[in-house]
Ligand binder design. Structure first.
Ligand SMILES: Cc1cc2nc3c(=O)[nH]c(=O)nc-3n(C[C@H](O)[C@H](O)[C@H](O)COP(=O)(O)OP(=O)(O)OC[C@H]3O[C@@H](n4cnc5c(N)ncnc54)[C@H](O)[C@@H]3O)c2cc1C
Length: 400
C-alpha cells in the first residue's frame, strides 16, 4: 500500500481530516488539484462562516482556533429573521442558549489558513502526511482488499481507505457510483464585506424579502478605520447577481443600502465581491467499499442555515473516532461495519436540518398573496413559541 488513507481534496474538510488522523501511525496522503500556493496562502473568498460553539471546540482540539487572530473572530450574539418589507422580526437571543453568544463568525480563508498551518505542523511533528498539489484525481476504485486512486499524471495510489473531501460536486463520489439528491435553486449568492453607519449589535440577519433574500453577518469593526462592518449575502437570480458584480463600487454601495432599506445606514463596499451558485446536495450513500465522504461531499447544505462547514467538522470528528476505535482493537480501518456506523451517525446529525432548510427556503421564497400571508403568520407564531426558538438557538450553537 502507498498509504493507509488517501484524502481527495485539501479544502477545509480534507485538511481537518488529515490533521485529525495525524499521530496515529497511519500514512496519510492528501491529493489536491489546486496549486500549492493557493492551498498554503488561501485568498479571501467573501465567505464569512458562522461557526457553532461545538465547531469552535472541535477547531480548538485540532489546533485551528488558536491560529486565528482573536480580532478576526466576531461573536454572534443574536439572530433575527425578517419577512418582506416589514421591520417585524423573530429574534433568537443568546439567552435561549447556554452561552453569552450563539456562535462565532470567521472568514473562510482564515479557517483554511489555520487548517493548512495546523496540518503542516502535524506533518512536521509526526512525518505522516504527504500533500500532493496541482494534480487531479481522475479515477477511484475499490474492492475488499483495498482502494486505488489514479491521478491525472498517471500515478496510481493504493490505500486501505479513501476519503472524498472534494466538494459538493464530488467527482470521486460519482466514480464510486453513488447517486445524490441535487437541487439547483437557480440562484446565486453574492457575498462581500460592507462598512456601514449604524451598529449591528453583533446580530445576524436573515431577511426573506420579496424578490431577494438578504443576510447580514456581523464582523468586528475595521481595525484601522473603526467603521462598523458586516458580511453581506444577497441571493438573486444569476443575471441580477451578474449586474451587481459589474457595478462600480459607489453604485453598488448605494444599491445595497437601498436593498437593506438603510436599516444599518449607508453601506460601502470594502472588499472584493464573490458569487456562488446555490445548489444543495445530499448523496444517497455516504460510504462505499473502503470509501467515505466528508465535508460538502457528504452534505452540501444551502448556506441559509449556516451549517456546511459545521457539518463538515462533525463528520471529520465522527469518522476519526470510528477509525480510532478500529486502531485500538487492531481492526482494519476500511472495514464496512466502521463505515456504516459513521454513515448512520452523520446522517442522524445532518438529515433533519438539510430537509428543514429546504422547506424553509421553499416557503420563504414563494410570493403569491396566500404564500405571503402564510410567511407572516408562521414568523409571528414562531416568535411566540419559546421551545421552537430555543431549538433554533441550539442548532445555531451546536450545543444539545
Ligand atoms: C456563500 C456561502 C456561505 C457559507 N456560509 C457558511 C456558514 O455560515 N457556516 C458554515 O458552516 N458553512 C458555510 N458555508 C459552507 C462552507 O463554505 C463549506 O461547507 C466548506 O467550505 C466546504 O469545505 P470542503 O472542504 O468540504 O469543500 P471545498 O471547500 O469545496 O474543497 C474541496 C477541495 O477539493 C478539491 N478537489 C475537487 N475535485 C478534486 C479532484 N478530482 N482531485 C483533487 N482535488 C479535487 C478542490 O480543489 C477543493 O480544494 C457557506 C458556503 C457558501 C458558498
Amino acid at each position: 500500500m502507498d498509504a493507509d488513507v488517501v484524502i481527495v481534496g485539501a479544502g477545509p474538510a480534507g485538511l481537518c481530516m488529515a490533521r485529525a488522523l495525524s499521530g496515529r501511525q497511519l500514512k496519510i496522503l492528501v491529493v489536491e488539484q489546486q496549486a500549492q500556493a493557493s492551498i498554503e496562502q488561501p485568498a479571501f473568498d467573501g465567505r464569512e462562516i458562522a461557526l457553532t460553539q461545538k465547531s469552535a471546540e472541535l477547531m480548538k482540539a485540532l489546533g485551528l482556533w488558536e491560529r486565528i487572530d482573536a480580532s478576526a473572530i466576531a461573536p454572534l450574539r443574536d439572530a433575527k429573521v425578517m419577512d418582506g418589507p416589514s421591520t417585524y422580526a423573530m429574534v433568537i437571543g443568546h439567552e435561549l442558549g447556554k452561552r453569552t453568544e450563539l456562535g462565532w463568525l470567521v472568514s473562510n480563508h482564515l479557517i483554511r489558513q489555520a487548517a493548512v498551518d495546523s496540518m503542516q505542523q502535524a506533518q512536521k511533528d509526526h512525518g505522516d502526511i504527504t500533500l500532493l498539489t496541482g494534480v487531479k484525481v481522475t479515477d477511484v476504485r475499490s474492492d475488499a482488499d483495498g482502494g486505488t486512486v489514479t491521478l491525472e499524471d498517471g500515478q496510481v495510489l493504493r490505500a486501505r481507505l479513501i476519503v472524498a473531501a472534494d466538494s459538493r460536486f464530488s467527482t470521486t463520489r460519482r466514480m464510486m457510483g453513488i447517486s445524490a439528491h441535487m437541487h439547483d435553486f437557480g440562484k446565486n449568492m453574492l457575498v462581500c464585506t460592507m462598512a456601514h453607519d449604524q451598529p449591528h449589535d453583533f446580530t445576524a440577519w436573515e431577511w426573506f424579502d420579496y424578490g431577494q433574500t438578504l443576510a447580514l453577518l456581523p464582523m468586528n469593526p475595521d481595525p484601522v478605520t473603526g467603521l462598523h462592518r458586516a458580511s453581506v449575502v444577497i441571493t438573486l437570480p444569476s443575471q441580477q447577481t451578474e449586474q451587481l458584480m459589474q457595478m462600480d463600487a459607489q453604485e453598488f454601495g448605494r444599491n445595497v443600502s437601498r436593498r437593506f432599506q438603510n436599516r444599518v445606514g449607508a453601506m460601502q463596499l470594502v472588499s472584493t465581491r464573490h458569487a456562488y451558485p446555490l445548489v444543495a446536495v445530499y448523496p444517497d450513500r455516504l460510504v462505499a467499499t473502503r470509501f467515505a465522504t466528508v465535508g460538502d461531499a457528504a452534505v452540501g447544505m444551502h448556506p441559509v442555515t449556516a451549517h456546511g462547514f459545521n457539518f463538515g467538522l462533525l463528520g471529520v470528528d465522527a469518522l476519526v473516532k470510528e477509525i480510532e476505535v478500529a486502531l485500538r482493537r487492531g481492526e482494519d480501518i476500511g472495514n464496512p461495519m466502521l463505515l456504516q456506523r459513521y454513515e448512520r451517525k452523520q446522517r442522524r446529525s445532518t438529515v433533519p436540518l438539510f430537509w428543514m432548510t429546504r422547506l424553509i427556503v421553499e416557503i420563504y421564497t414563494r410570493e403569491s398573496p396566500p404564500a405571503k400571508l402564510v410567511r407572516q403568520v408562521l414568523l409571528k407564531l414562531g416568535n411566540q413559541v419559546t421551545p421552537f426558538k430555543r431549538s433554533i438557538a441550539r442548532s445555531l450553537s451546536g450545543m444539545a
